[in-house]
Design a protein around this ligand. Structure first.
Ligand SMILES: C[S@@+](CC[C@H](N)C(=O)[O-])C[C@H]1O[C@@H](n2cnc3c(N)ncnc32)[C@H](O)[C@@H]1O
Length: 180
């Protein structure tokens, strides 16, 4: 197996919120915005909850992760139309930049604070962005804690490009807190 080197030098060991796993219900407000014909790439799939939920919703999904030897910066599936993932937050701005460089539609689950960051705004101004906010915090699965009591201490939103939602900001209601 290839060494797990992430974008920054050194062997990559996920820590902190790089280890969080996202429940499928986080996709609820995003699914109506995705073209049903698209092949979705989940390039930081972790334990695979998002990719499983996308498949359940009827999408063809290509899933990869540096922990399985596939670095987002150097490998991609032969066929894909759209990226959907919760990326590693330790390199979230570099990840956002890379997604814009790939020049295909994407949806990244990111902390809401990203909207206020100059690094992100520079990219939004240059390329465009549509954001789907949610009225509840996502209950991530965390190492040691599991799903129980692991509610995020910060709100997240779907930062999207190329989905043609038609509004720069959408305020979605999450119907089911806690369902995986
Ligand atoms: C926050 S977790 C999200 C897992 C999954 N997307 C989810 O939402 O449940 C971030 C994942 O990014 C992976 N990762 C970190 N750096 C990466 C890289 N350069 N290329 C691909 N995956 C990477 C980590 O191994 C980890 O599984």
């Amino acid at each position: 197996m290839k060494p797990k080197i992430n974008r920054t030098a050194g062997v990559y060991t996920p820590q902190g919120f790089d280890c969080c796993q996202t429940p499928g219900y986080a996709l609820d407000p995003l699914l109506p915005c995705l073209d049903r014909k698209w092949v979705v790439w989940e390039p930081a799939c972790g334990e695979g909850y998002l990719s499983a939920a996308l498949r359940t919703a009827g999408f063809t999904v290509m899933a990869s992760d540096i922990l399985a030897g596939q670095n987002f910066w150097s490998e991609q599936p032969i066929l894909w139309d759209c990226i959907v993932t919760n990326p590693p937050y330790s390199i979230k701005y570099a990840w956002l930049n890379r997604c814009y460089d790939l020049a295909r539609p994407f949806a990244l689950l990111l902390p809401v604070e990203v909207i206020g960051a100059k690094r992100a705004q520079t990219l939004f101004r240059e390329h465009g962005v549509e954001v789907v906010f949610m009225d509840r915090r996502i209950n991530f699965k965390m190492p040691l804690k599991g799903w129980a009591g692991s509610a995020a201490q910060f709100p997240v939103c779907w930062v999207t490009f190329g989905l043609n939602i038609g509004r720069q900001m959408t305020f979605a209601e999450l119907a089911k807190p806690g369902a995986i």
